[in-house]
Every structure is written in structure tokens, then in C-alpha cells.
Design a protein around this ligand. Structure first.
Ligand code: NIG
Ligand code: FE
Length: 441
């Protein structure tokens, strides 16, 4: 486990307060008394109190960083976003404020379809540029892993374009991206009145082509009155299963369609939204180990009043994750910290549960629980450094950003030790580290 050869760690971070988010021990999995992190090859080689270090810090690593008593958490994970899209839906927001409902606007051909038109029309470079703007905001708040869905193309060419944009991001920003194919997000206009034909195209043409190109890590659908039926969703999931891709589902957001139970039947990584989740849905998710991803931004923006069954999820032992759902129609936000706050105020999660929801459980919702989501030996050296006195502060504030630094795969990418001219404009100007590795690794 721990590497005791002197000088073999590439870097060592000392004098921190670590919210490791390992379950079962102290709240937040905290190591408060001089926590230290040893890094080798982008991974954590040692996590523990400095008092237990096998040697003097300078003999253990080529590079020693003093955290000055700051709190460190795992890099945040936004496990549900629609970050790649063109245009916005501010006009639709106005219409909703004047009384039109989200469903009415969708049925009248607006909603998701209006973002589809804008996204189809956008060039790939333009789409990349607007996506990067949103991504930078997420990263500046400590995110190191982001999931991105397609679903605003609804034809093979545009779905591919969206996924290529998502896949291009890690080469230019310090982030791990997981992509999800969401062809079954809405019915495109050219299939009006023929939803089953569109599902055939998604399952038998689009998905196999996207899988063959390696553009998707998972498959999602919108199982809803204004989306697709459980039976149609099942056909998409069956196609994903044949191709060996895990599934996720937008389930029980506006009504109870039995989507979560269907997702669980396919051993889905997650079922997301869940305001209308039934007791049977909770039980099915618990049996399958499917994560409940709660999206308080969409709950707030749609002025939903029905709460997801948080107590029932807790009692059944279903892991709860929190994400931004960043999208133009129902959650135009790029702040995961704000979502932590809303998860506590609206859904009554504890700040510790909310933080676990954006770290440990979010990793699991992406199938990354073995490599991300907690500060543990062997996992990625992805962590965020915070100017806070207690980890509850991450969920406490309504806006504001106490992130003082981010380390991605062992390299400082935001904060005083990040290399000047690195990939993150949020990195503080004039703060050059003599030792930091390239952020784009
Ligand atoms: O997660 N519910 C479906 N999909 C998105 C909204 C998409 C949109 O309105 O553009 C969601 O809320
Ligand atoms: Fe969504």
C-alpha cells in the first residue's frame, strides 16, 4: 500500500485537513491533524496523518507542498450534465413565468426541440467554445470529473458532433470526461408521429455507430410523458446491453412511469431526477445497486413541489448523488456548490451527504468508484483545496467560491502552485510553481 522508498513519490502534500469521504469512520472521513497526501504517477500513493509518514517529507518526495491547514476534498464530480449545446432558453423562461408549463412548451414544439435546432446549426468549433465556457466555471469550483450527455442532436451527425466536442475537452482542460449517448431525449421533428420508428433508429442505427466509434461510455433516455415510454426505453436499453454499454435514466421527473424500476432491471449505474419515484422504484434500485442522482437545480427552476423520497432512499441504502443537470431548459447553472446548498435546503440532505453526493456517490453513478470519489491510496490524485473552516461550508453558501486550488492527476492546475499559462484561466496570475507538472497531462 504505502511506498516507503525515499524519493520515490513525485510529490507530497502536508499540513492539510483531509475530508477523505471514505465511509464508515469519522464524519467526512476526516483526518484533521496534519493530513498528508503522497502522489506517484498521478495517483495517491499515501493518505494519512503526517505523524505516520515513514520518513521526513523532503526525503519522501521530490516536491513538497504545504497546505497551510487548508481543507482538502476529493475533486468534485458532476455526474449529470448536458454541457454541450448551442443557444439558450431565456425566452421560454419568460413564457413559463407567464404561466406556460415545461410540458406545454415541449408539446408546442419548443423546449428541447428549440435547443436541437440551435445545436444542429452550430459549427463544431463554436459548440466547443461555448462548452468550454461552462466547463471552466465547473472546474473553478473544484470539479475534476464531469459527465456530459448528447441529446440535442437527435440525428447521427449532430449526436456525433456533440460527443466529439465532449471527448475533445480533456486534451485542453484538466478534466476527466465521461460521455453518455442520449439519443432518446426527445422526438426529432422529422419523426413527428412516429416515435417507434425513431426508437428503432436510435437502437439499431445511431447507437451501434456511436459505440463503434467509442464515443459513448454509457446510454441514457428520457422516460416521460413528453419523452419516451418505458417500453421504448427498454428497447434502447436492450441495444445498449447488446453493445456492452451501461445505462442510466432520466426517470420519474414529471410523473411516475416506472422508469427507475426498469433502469434497475438493466442494472443501471443511476436513475436521475426521481421526484415521482415510488416505493417499488426505491426497492428495485436498492436491489440493483443503482445510484439515485438528485438534481435540485431542475427541481428549483421548474418550481417543482414534489420532493424526491430521500428518507426512503436512505432507509433502503440507495447511494444518493447530486449533480448540476447543467442544461438550457431546466437547470441553467454551472455551479455544483450551489447544487450542494440546494440539496440541503430543498431535499434536507446533510452537508456531509451532499458532499458525498458530489464525490463518492457521483463516482459510483459513473462506474468510477474504484478510481475516483474518495481520497484513498491507489485512486486518482484529483483533489480540491478550500479556504473554509469546516467542510459543511461547501454546502452552506448560496454562491461564492472558496476553492483555493485544484490538483488533477497529481498536477496543480488551479491555485498558487498551478503553472502560469496552464489550461485553466482561473489559475492565479503570476503564481508560478517551480515544480508543478503540466496540467494537460
Ligand atoms: O435533465 N429531462 C430531460 N432532460 C433535461 C432537460 C432538457 C431540456 O429541457 O433541454 C433535464 O431536465
Ligand atoms: Fe438531465
Amino acid at each position: 500500500m504505502q511506498d516507503k522508498d525515499s524519493g520515490t513519490w513525485s510529490s507530497l502534500w502536508i499540513n492539510g485537513r483531509l475530508a477523505t469521504m471514505r465511509p464508515g469512520g469519522a464524519p467526512y472521513g476526516a483526518i484533521e491533524d496534519g493530513g498528508a497526501l503522497g502522489v506517484v504517477g498521478g495517483r495517491l500513493a499515501w493518505v494519512g496523518p503526517m505523524a505516520d509518514l515513514p520518513d521526513a517529507p523532503e526525503r519522501l518526495a521530490g516536491e513538497v507542498h504545504d497546505l497551510g491547514g487548508r481543507w482538502v476534498t476529493p475533486g468534485l464530480i458532476d455526474c449529470h450534465t448536458h454541457l454541450v449545446y448551442a443557444g439558450d432558453r431565456a425566452r421560454e423562461f419568460e413564457m413559463r413565468l407567464q404561466g406556460a408549463s415545461y410540458e406545454e412548451i415541449a408539446r408546442a414544439g419548443g423546449g428541447i426541440r428549440s435547443t436541437v435546432s440551435a445545436t444542429r446549426a452550430a459549427g463544431e468549433a463554436e459548440l466547443l467554445a461555448v462548452t468550454e465556457r461552462r466547463l471552466r466555471a465547473l472546474l473553478a469550483e473544484g470539479a475534476t470529473v464531469v459527465e456530459i450527455k448528447s441529446g440535442y442532436g437527435l440525428d447521427l451527425a449532430t449526436e456525433r458532433k456533440m460527443l466529439r466536442v465532449a471527448r475533445a475537452l480533456p486534451a485542453i482542460h484538466p478534466v476527466t470526461i465521461r460521455t453518455t449517448f442520449l439519443g432518446a431525449h426527445a422526438l426529432p421533428p422529422e419523426f413527428e408521429g412516429r416515435p417507434d420508428d425513431y426508437i428503432d433508429a436510435v437502437a439499431n442505427e445511431m447507437l451501434p455507430a456511436i459505440a463503434a466509434e467509442g464515443l459513448a461510455d454509457a446510454v441514457d433516455a428520457f422516460c416521460e410523458r413528453i419523452g419516451f415510454t418505458a417500453e421504448q426505453t427498454r428497447r434502447v436499453f436492450a441495444a445498449a446491453q447488446r453493445l456492452g454499454l451501461p445505462v442510466k435514466l432520466h426517470a420519474e421527473q414529471l410523473s411516475d412511469m416506472g422508469g427507475a424500476a426498469l433502469a434497475a432491471e438493466f442494472r443501471a449505474l443511476s436513475a436521475d431526477h426521481l421526484e415521482y419515484l415510488s416505493a417499488e422504484g426505491v426497492a428495485a434500485m436498492a436491489r440493483a445497486g443503482t445510484v439515485a442522482v438528485l438534481l435540485p437545480g431542475a427541481f428549483y427552476f421548474l418550481r417543482e413541489t414534489r420532493l424526491p423520497p430521500v428518507d426512503a432512499l436512505r432507509q433502503a441504502g440507495v447511494p444518493i448523488a447530486i449533480a448540476t443537470d447543467s442544461n438550457p431548459g431546466t437547470s441553467p447553472t454551472t455551479s455544483l456548490l450551489l447544487m450542494l446548498n440546494m440539496a440541503c435546503t430543498f431535499f434536507r440532505l446533510t452537508p456531509e451527504e451532499a458532499l458525498a453526493g458530489a464525490t463518492r456517490s457521483a463516482a459510483r453513478a459513473l462506474g468510477l468508484e474504484d478510481s475516483h470519489g474518495t481520497l484513498e491510496t491507489g485512486k486518482a490524485a484529483d483533489f480540491a483545496i478550500w479556504d473554509i473552516d469546516h467542510p459543511a461550508e461547501l454546502a452552506y453558501r448560496i454562491g461564492g467560491n472558496p476553492c483555493a486550488g485544484v490538483v488533477k492527476a497529481g498536477a496543480p492546475v488551479i491555485g498558487p502552485e498551478a503553472k502560469a499559462g496552464g489550461a485553466t484561466p482561473a489559475a492565479r496570475a503570476g503564481s508560478v510553481s517551480r515544480t508543478g507538472a503540466a496540467p494537460e497531462a
